[in-house]
Design a protein around this ligand. Sequence first.
Ligand code: HEC
Length: 505
Amino acid sequence: MRKILIGLLVLLLLIAAIPLGLMATGTIDSTSLRMVLNVMTGMAGPTTDADTVEQQYRVPEGFTLQLYAKDLPRARFLRFTPSGDLLVSRPHAGDIMLLRRDANGDGQPDAVETLLSDLKRPLGLDIADGWLYVAESNRISRVRFDSERRTVDGELQPLVEGLTDNGNHWSKTIRIGPDGMLYLAQGSTCNVCVEEDARRNTLMRFNADGSDGEIIANGLRNSVGFDWAPWDSAIYATDNGRDLLGDDFPPCELNRVEQGRFYGWPYFNGDNVPDPDMGRDPLADQRRPTAPVHGFRPHNAPLGISFIDGSDMPGDYKKAALVALHGSWNRSEPDGYKVVSVHWTDTGIEERDFLTGFNSDGEISGRPVDVAQGPDGAIYVSDDYAGAIYRIGYKDDGAGSASLPTVAPKTRLDSAPPEWLAGADLDAMATRGAELYQQYNCRSCHEQGENPVDLSGLSQRLGYNAVIDSLQAPQSPMPVFPLTETEQRELAAYLLATPSPSGTL
Ligand code: HEC
């Protein structure tokens, strides 16, 4: 026992000695010291306040910025629930927090509660088909989640177990793709090395129940964030370049991840520049590295990425994603610490500042981690250093409760198309559906009256199964209509047809 204690003490001293030594030699100053400790131990920095945020931080013309939540030490990844609450993962606290949506419009969540706790370093999270998916450092599991009642039901059900979490980059990022499949990104164990576990430094894909996992791309050193471009469903992943090759090399990466490709690490950096420590890729005859589509500045550490719907935003955010740059921890001059917008233009990909001001002359006050667009259209950014969530809004974005529908839109897309759809004459069905819509006067509640429940753009939110389910078991005050199964399908075909046959929906 005593030996173990002494061992621990020595270890702690060692951990403290590295940054202290660096400080003594003048290599880093006290701010960077906090940052190094932040990286090594997950220790948080000082908390922030509304004044700092308003006076020191900047957003582009036409946007507004406010401190949405604080006192959330080490807040990492974000996900909105179908009811408009914000889930926040906190790997070091081992929990997932739920921030109730701001229904009273005071600019803060209506309540902050713990949804899940006692988890092993949870980072990635997603919601689909009434499940909450959670990625701990060594496994992926899911639990039934009722977003309206804000409760989970039952135990976490493991889907993928036995993931390795040794070394650096132990965190796991997961997302359910537009295809209903489960995607997993895992970083490398080291700065630069050959991995024993071939699943590290890859992007993998599984069925939503965790079965049939396969590696779809490798050579990704640490792709903490990935998302799908809404215009072509391509996957774009951020990737952190390696350390110890100086302040200005290699760039951090944005990769367009395609099936079967190799993205270079550990043999190539940036635009396929051979790595000085690794020599020739032993598989060079079988594979060529794919270069990034965009380079972020070296050591900027891009983490979360989120494609946004910028149609109502001031400025041009039509084909754009937001990326959180966590910022350097070992660059002699700190760099990064901001959120940038990445734009797909006719002439290529452009990077512009979106949320800045966390680095004032080397004094670091925050480190952005993830970005999510809320159902109100506003952008939410997590900061694990200040333990805060920021909200970037714009005029008429529906701040607070005012324009949020009383019934929050629920997204329930089909994980697989229903069997009857194959070979169905959807046009003919939609025509009969339109007649039924008339006959039962669905319009009276869905298009007329004071507060119609909007069914436009339904196919963006609901699949066939969900629409039919709404007809079979409607929520009050919608009545149960005496519809046959065929009629339910016909109404669904009508409601999900785009553009809608009558042009009224
Ligand atoms: C008396 C008013 C009323 C009538 C009539 C009515 N609905 Fe509804 N409907 C509602 C309300 C209210 C909701 C939202 C219920 C909820 O989710 O809380 C709803 C929800 C729905 C939804 C689910 C929408 C979503 O986003 O989840 C569908 C689909 C739908 N209605 C279709 C129909 C069709 C088709 C008809 C006619 C056959 C119809 N409704 C008639 C009141 C009505």
